[in-house]
Design a protein around this ligand. Structure first.
Ligand SMILES: NC(=O)c1ccc[n+]([C@@H]2O[C@H](COP(=O)([O-])OP(=O)(O)OC[C@H]3O[C@@H](n4cnc5c(N)ncnc54)[C@H](OP(=O)(O)O)[C@@H]3O)[C@@H](O)[C@H]2O)c1
Length: 309
């Protein structure tokens, strides 16, 4: 089968021919129809995670997937042809989703695609969507509270804006003037603040006492923390946790995306209902995935989708 692989850290992702995997007990072989890029994929390419996770070359890249069940291993009840999506969650970085087929475990990182959600949407939902759900669950915004989303223009941020706004919060989103500002306001942010300017002054002009809570997806976490009112909440996907917030009167949560079936289903149901939009900025075929990495690295608004076969 064709897959996007690297044979060393720093190599350009290339389409190569690799063996089609077979599902073992408790596993599902998915025929991949769509996927999307995440920061994780770039981090794998550049070896940023090599001290944290075991890697086995050649590595097929890719975390997010959407497709159909092709075959199942012993003990798995899913029917062939069922539409599924999720996130590849394996202890070793090796067999990812940027290929014609991927094997995933049945118990974690997979859910059914509901009616009304297409492969492209489902393929761009998994990791960024569950990371956003994780940070928004952690800060639990209530109606009328103010939420600062720092890093609002990326995939996680685009979902976080929508989830916070759906909870009734007034969202202040980081975005440069122009297209980025239009993007975040279009997703439900009430205000855009330019992080390349005086971020603190802009946020204080909207929330003089500080925001009730903040999600940190980019930028200096200490600067974001300073903009949260005393007693407020902050959640970060970048490893900023309670141990970094000593002396601050804040509840701080370091979030790892948790793509369990319930969270994936919650997101997909929201997409089907039209309450969450999947913000796909560009779509690339598997053969053009090197260009997709270039576009992701150059900065895109929302998600870069990959279509397969
Ligand atoms: N812990 C987890 O489980 C988990 C899961 C998913 C993601 N993550 C991490 O969470 C972060 C966000 O993910 P993502 O997929 O949304 O990444 P992304 O698509 O790269 O989005 C980051 C966004 O933040 C913008 N930005 C850069 N510097 C900024 C600053 N100082 N202030 C405000 N915005 C700034 C970027 O703009 P430009 O493009 O113009 O630079 C980009 O639009 C990444 O670091 C990712 O690795 C962690």
């Amino acid at each position: 089968m064709r897959a996007v692989t690297i044979d060393d850290f720093g190599a350009t992702p290339t389409v190569t021919e690799v063996a089609q995997p077979t599902p073992g007990p408790g596993e599902i072989l998915v025929r991949v129809r769509a996927a999307s890029l995440n920061g994780f994929d770039g981090a794998v390419v550049y070896g940023f995670l090599k001290d944290m996770l075991e890697h086995k070359f050649p590595i097929t890249l890719g975390k997010d997937f959407a497709g159909t069940v092709e075959a199942v291993g012993e003990g798995v009840e899913r029917a062939a042809g069922e539409k599924v999506f999720g996130v590849v969650m394996k202890p070793v970085v090796s067999d990812g989703s940027f290929g014609e087929y991927v094997v995933v475990g049945e118990g974690y990182g997979i859910a059914a695609i509901p009616e009304g959600v297409d492969f492209a949407q489902a393929g761009a939902l998994g990791l960024a969507g569950t990371a956003a759900a994780g940070v928004i669950d952690a800060i639990a915004p209530a109606e009328g509270e103010t939420v600062l989303v720092a890093g609002a223009t990326g995939g996680v941020g685009a979902y976080a804006i929508q989830l916070a706004a759906a909870a009734g919060a007034t969202v202040i989103a980081t975005a440069k003037p122009g297209e980025e500002t239009d993007f975040v306001l279009g997703l439900g942010a009430a205000h855009a603040v330019d992080w390349t300017g005086d971020l603190a002054a802009q946020v204080r002009a909207i929330a003089p006492e500080g925001v009730t809570s903040a999600v940190h997806l980019a930028g200096d976490p200490a600067q974001v923390a300073e903009l949260v009112a005393a007693g407020g909440r902050l959640a970060s996907t970048l490893g900023f946790g309670p141990e970094h917030a000593e002396g601050l009167d804040l509840t701080v949560t370091s979030v790892m995306a948790n793509p369990d079936a319930a969270t994936l289903e919650r997101l997909a149901t929201a997409v089907a209902a039209g309450t969450v939009r999947v913000p796909i900025a560009g779509t690339y075929a598997l053969d053009a995935v090197a260009e997709a990495f270039g576009a992701f690295g150059a900065g895109t608004l929302g998600k870069i989708a990959v279509t397969v076969g």
